[in-house]
Design a protein around this ligand. Structure first.
Ligand code: 3HC
Length: 414
């Protein structure tokens, strides 16, 4: 089927960003929320994105007005009677998402596709709450939605092939890169990203380094990421990260047990940029310095102390999880690398040159025997969450060590 009109439910940062992406491709979109203030914030967000294009000379004021005219902001479902797809971007609470889909079931035509922008929750469970589970699918955009190229497409257990094909084509029409991912908690990219972000928080609460030192070591001038983990979490929202972390922990167990500092910041409503303070302090100049919070946690014996920081400590859990996703068939090898490049801007600093590279090629370059050695050393030092996954041992036993043997996760001719 073809998409001619789009609905977005939830006008937060992601909902607004998605609406902008839709209009940029020339399609009309109706954005619904329950709060007028949210709709107003989304309108400002979308206008800001277009204004920045005008300022950069990438479009004229008239073109911007044409795009803005494609959006209807509303508090009701009245304009949802002829939408071909709805993308929900409401809070990450299963019951809330299910309720939204139930309401949509009553107003949308029977063949309208229901897509969820959930970061981690089960698409199958959402589908089960509707009369059209075959039309329910995950469509996970990355933040900022207008910049990041990846859209993860996650079919639920009952999603039909036509829905998958339509949504893949639609993502391409939005000038995004769709990657189909097998349903699992966190899907692909968040599943890899969270152990990395969590390890950064553990290192900081344990006093191994400061947030600034970690960001410096992991960012463009260090490992190569476009932004360090603390800047990234402050941008994404610490509430969002803590929620994804908690959800992954409930499914995957101790290897992704969230750091305590997440809870402290969430309790203090320090969600990051959007609340004026998170790991860093922005507009909330009266916020307590992070160091003071950490010191109190350490003095109360709430966290371990005396561990070491290293780039490997953060990167190796990310790589290990990528290997596990190959083992579990979550996505194919090329898609895993592509998703990390397009979704989180993965790049590696090679002597000052930033080279785009996904985790599997990066492991192949390092040598899978070296990957196993590093993980085993970290396991001895910091615990079982670093235990190398089976597929790494299998590949090493088979002599598939990566680029040096011309075969690892990928094959190499030179
Ligand atoms: N918040 C929102 N938008 C931001 C931003 C921020 N903190 N920082 C930059 N941007 C926007 C800018 O406004 C600009 O938009 P424009 O084109 O409309 O003017 C655009 O990003 C590019 O910004 P810059 O020109 O300053 O370019 P940079 O080279 O500094 O890149 C970046 C900024 C694209 C955000 C880059 O740092 C990056 O790729 N960071 C990684 C982001 C990432 O990993 N996102 C995915 C996270 S995981 C996720 O979203 C899943 C979810 O489920 C949790």
């Amino acid at each position: 089927m073809w998409i001619f009109k789009v609905g977005v439910v939830g006008a937060g940062a992601m909902g607004g960003g998605i609406a902008q992406v839709v209009t940029f491709s020339g399609l009309p979109v109706v954005v619904k929320d329950i709060a007028p203030s949210q709709l107003e914030a989304a309108r400002k967000h979308v206008e800001g994105i277009y204004q920045s294009r005008v300022d950069k000379g990438k479009m004229t004021h008239g073109q911007m007005q044409e795009k803005l005219a494609l959006i209807e902001y509303t508090l009701s479902y009245d304009s949802f009677t002829d939408v071909d797809i709805v993308i929900e971007a409401v809070p990450e609470v299963m019951k809330v998402k299910q309720q939204v889909f139930r309401e949509l079931d009553e107003v949308c035509p029977p063949d309208t596709i229901f897509a969820s922008n959930t970061s981690a929750l089960s698409i199958t469970e959402m589908g089960a709450a509707t009369k059209r589970p075959h039309k329910v699918i995950g469509m996970h955009f990355f933040n900022p939605a207008h910049v990041m190229k990846l859209v993860e497409i996650i079919p639920g257990a009952q999603t039909d092939q036509d829905t998958i094909d339509t949504v893949q084509q639609f993502a391409q029409d939005l000038r995004k890169i769709p990657v189909v991912v097998k349903e699992c908690p966190g899907f692909l990219v968040n599943r890899l990203l969270m152990p990395y972000l969590n390890e950064a928080v553990l290192a900081v609460e344990e006093g191994a380094a400061t947030a600034q030192q970690v960001d410096e070591a992991m960012g463009r001038n260090g490992f190569g990421w476009p932004m360090g983990p603390f800047f990234l979490m402050d941008m994404l929202g610490i509430d969002v990260c803590a929620h994804v972390g908690e959800y992954l922990y409930s499914h995957y167990g101790d290897r992704v047990k969230p750091a305590r500092l997440f809870y402290k910041l969430v309790e203090a409503k320090r969600f990051g940029e959007k609340t004026g303070a998170g790991f860093y302090i922005y507009s909330a100049t009266d916020a307590e310095p992070l160091e003071a919070i950490i010191q109190r946690m350490q003095q109360a014996g709430e966290v371990q102390t005396g561990t070491r920081f290293s780039v490997d400590r953060l990167i190796m859990p990310f790589l290990n999880e990528a290997a596990l996703c190959v083992q579990e068939g979550i996505a194919n090898v090329n898609d895993i690398d592509m998703a990390c490049i397009a979704g989180i801007g993965m790049q590696v600093n090679k002597g000052g040159e930033l080279v785009r590279m996904g985790p599997l090629e990066y492991m192949d370059e390092m040598g899978l025997d070296v990957v196993v050695e590093k993980l085993e050393a970290l396991e001895k030092e910091l615990g079982p969450r670093f235990h190398p996954v089976d597929i790494l041992y299998q590949k090493v036993r088979a002599g598939e060590l990566g680029k040096k043997t011309k075969r690892g996760f990928k094959e190499y001719t030179v």
